[in-house]
Design a binder for this molecule. Sequence first.
Ligand code: HEC
Ligand code: HEC
Ligand code: HEC
Ligand code: HEC
Length: 154
Amino acid sequence: MLKKMNKKLFLIILGSVFVGIVLAVVTNSGVKATSDDSFCLSCHDTPEFTEYFEARPHSEVSCISCHGGGLIEDKVKGTTKAISTITGKKDPNNYDAINAKVTDEKCLSCHNLNSTNRSDLTIQSHAVFEQNGLSCTDCHDGASVHGYLKDYSN
Ligand code: HEC
Ligand code: HEC
Ligand code: HEC
Ligand code: HEC
């Protein structure tokens, strides 16, 4: 038997999955609209974000090329986030409370570190990477992609 709270939670999750999948599968335009950078920035609308991101080379790739986890996962996650935003449970611009993870595979799907056309600094830094088992994001962190959203002063 589910306790009352768990039942409620379960219904919310079920609802999220359902809405997400319907949006994704039934309407192809829904997929397009909810994969667009402007959609992401409608919630994540801190000015530094857009200004810094737009001025950097990654502005030519979309948010989901780094943050996407596949169609179904994205829609389920997106719907859950929409509910937390609408109900005021989560603030999409409170970056101190938000943690993201971008895997090396994502980066390496676009970047080939074995290319010979590199500066000495780059080659040396990437040798350090190989030796110490670091992640790309240990050096190329979120701030280097879209500016300092988090408060590092404390
Ligand atoms: C309806 C508002 C809303 C929209 C639209 C939205 N987000 Fe979010 N996002 C949030 C909220 C709220 C959180 C915090 C969720 C949490 O901490 O569980 C969040 C967290 C995140 C995180 C960090 C946590 C994680 O799951 O990795 C990333 C990265 C992110 N969003 C990227 C995006 C991208 C990319 C898009 C566009 C495809 C997008 N967001 C669209 C509200 C939104
Ligand atoms: C080139 C890859 C890349 C692109 C493109 C990108 N991000 Fe990120 N993002 C990151 C990395 C890296 C982090 C930090 C997570 C980590 O360390 O693994 C991050 C973190 C975040 C966070 C969590 C807050 C933080 O500062 O850690 C949000 C929210 C987010 N990104 C949203 C977006 C949105 C919206 C877009 C499109 C406008 C976008 N990102 C485009 C790589 C990217
Ligand atoms: C969808 C493809 C794509 C993905 C995914 C991607 N990048 Fe990039 N990246 C680019 C493009 C395009 C450029 C600009 C042209 C260039 O410099 O090659 C770029 C530029 C860069 C640069 C040089 C410019 C700068 O901003 O300093 C670095 C460093 C970089 N990427 C690291 C990363 C890391 C780390 C990740 C994973 C968190 C990542 N990239 C994910 C396509 C991508
Ligand atoms: C030990 C820190 C470190 C790690 C870990 C690291 N890098 Fe770098 N990377 C650098 C430095 C330093 C540079 C040269 C300065 C710059 O362009 O930011 C650089 C440059 C780059 C560039 C742009 C220069 C070029 O020649 O294209 C790309 C793309 C890049 N790194 C991708 C990655 C990817 C992908 C990973 C993970 C597989 C990674 N880096 C891991 C430190 C690191």
